[in-house]
Design a protein around this ligand. Structure first.
Ligand code: SF4
Ligand code: SF4
Length: 90
């Protein structure tokens, strides 16, 4: 399974809301607080772990303010012969 998360550089963010509009999981929001330039910066609110790391938010951001991270879960099993097999965990 692939899980994603994003980090927003809040001081680069202009609060345009493009990332909010394009996130297919609806987990990007604009903060109520203002950054130093007076914009409401985007942030991830994802209590249910819906972000897939699809990178759409980062691709549409005109300020390149979003970094996307992905985590992959794998299952490992070792046979009697000592062969290790990895497969994607569901
Ligand atoms: S990486 Fe994809 S799912 Fe995650 S916050 Fe960005 S647009 Fe949404
Ligand atoms: S697209 Fe970029 S500049 Fe616009 S709100 Fe999102 S992080 Fe901020």
């Amino acid at each position: 399974m692939v899980r994603g998360r994003i980090i927003v550089d809040t001081e680069r963010c202009k609060g345009c809301g493009l990332c909010v509009a394009f996130c297919p999981k609806g987990v990007v929001h604009l903060a109520a607080a203002l950054n130093a330039a007076g914009h409401h910066p985007a942030h991830l609110h994802d209590p249910d772990g819906k972000c897939t790391g699809c990178t759409l938010c980062a691709l549409v951001c005109p300020e390149a303010a979003i970094t996307v991270y992905r985590t992959f879960s794998v299952k490992a099993s070792v046979t009697a012969g000592g062969v290790c097999a990895l497969e994607a965990a569901s």
